[in-house]
Design a binder for this molecule. Structure first.
Ligand code: ATP
Length: 362
């Protein structure tokens, strides 16, 4: 096993920079997720680690060994792709054995290893069945077995669950996590799905337009997003981000609402601000006359929670829209008037222009 580190790595296609000055490391035995919207550079980053793409600048290290000039075959990396990449006419055993056959290590030790992997995956009884006709989830498990059998330095997962239905996704992400931890395999997971990243990864690196935005444990990204991009990208329903109209002493207010800052000082010169609050941190009290009441426009029941969309009553013009997630079924209906309670301690303040969370700058 090894660590992997990107030191000031960039990748350009002509004049277009797909990955810019990336500094990122994945510790031994860690699963690091690369998360971001389509085109943010996550697959390019993975391909550079695998050696399928060259780098334009910087260096990639496995442990203390620079590998950027090594061919893919010399890096001892296994990859798991979204489309499984299996040979349909071969059996489960033959597919798992394939990398050993290709490397000429299909001897007794190799057979033993194949047996171990089949046992690890619980596939011994079906080992001689052809993979053709198997479900997507089952095929991906075989593909993972094929990755494990080589005893790689690390495994790179490229959207491994994207073709699976919801049930299989949940099963397989638990299975991948179990195997990854059991074997302590350094792993990078590329995904655009935050639920997948949160469920599977030890840490998440969020990318946008080829630039690393933030890296940290899922809870860090959720509680302390460094900027508006991460705040919007992590969390479902997404964080409420309301424009601040006025910053008066110890409070900020907008169209129909006001929240206290609890003694937090905002940096001098901060002009246009955004107030952020997660829907699940909001509670609802009965409406009372005055500032801060809202009318519910839509209720989305989600079983154990209700997601309520409401509009604040403003003195002039339209009030801001707020989304609250409260325990359900709540009994609220469209047209009900409520007083949203926004706890000061959960409020984040961002600079609208730079997008930065001002918490650290205060
Ligand atoms: P997706 O999930 O859609 O693949 P991604 O985050 O993995 O998104 P990349 O595939 O890494 O994104 O692509 C990053 C950017 O680089 C995109 O704008 C893409 O169009 C561009 N790109 C990728 N490969 C090439 C290439 N071979 N030539 C030119 N541009 C490329």
């Amino acid at each position: 096993m090894a660590t992997i580190e990107f030191r000031s790595v960039s990748k350009s296609y002509g004049t277009f920079e797909a990955v810019s000055d990336l500094n990122l490391s994945c510790a031994e035995g860690e699963m690091l997720a690369l998360l971001g919207p389509s085109g943010c550079g996550k697959s390019t980053t993975l391909k550079m680690a695998a050696g399928i793409e060259s780098i334009s600048d910087g260096e990639i290290y496995f442990g203390d060994r620079p590998v950027s000039r090594l061919s893919p075959g010399k890096r001892n990396i296994a990859m798991v792709f979204e489309d499984y990449g299996l040979y349909p006419h071969l059996s489960i055993r033959e597919n798992i054995a394939f990398p050993l056959r290709a490397r000429g290590t299909h001897d007794a030790a190799g057979q033993k290893r194949i047996g171990e992997v089949l046992a690890l995956l619980g596939l011994e009884a079906q080992a001689e069945n052809p993979v053709r006709g198997m479900s997507g989830g089952a095929m991906q498990r075989v593909a993972i077995g094929r990755a494990l059998v080589r005893d790689p330095n690390m495994i790179l997962f490229d959207e491994p669950l994207s073709h699976l239905d919801a049930d299989q996704k949940i099963q397989l992400r638990t299975e991948i996590k179990r195997l990854q931890k059991l074997r302590g395999i350094t792993s990078i997971l590329v995904t655009h799905d935050q639920t997948e990243a949160i469920a599977m990864a030890d840490r998440i690196a969020v990318m946008n337009h080829g630039v690393l935005q933030q890296v940290g444990q899922p809870q860090d990204l959720y509680e302390r997003p460094v900027n508006l991009f991460v705040a919007r990208f992590i969390g479902e329903p997404p964080m409420n981000l309301l424009p601040v109209r006025e910053h008066t002493g110890d409070a900020v207010n907008g169209a129909g609402w006001q929240v206290g800052l609890g003694g937090r000082a905002l940096p001098a010169g901060a002009s246009s601000l955004i107030m952020g609050i997660r829907p699940e941190h909001i509670s609802l009290a009965p409406a009372t006359p005055g500032v801060g009441t809202a009318e519910i426009s839509y209720r989305e029941p989600r079983g154990d929670v209700d997601v309520l969309t409401m509009r604040f009553h403003a003195e002039a013009g339209d009030g801001d829209i707020l989304v609250a997630e409260i325990p359900g079924p709540s009994g609220f209906r469209a047209g009900d008037c409520v007083r949203p309670l926004i706890p000061t301690g959960s409020v984040l303040i961002f600079d609208a222009e730079s997008g930065l969370n001002l918490e650290d700058a205060a």
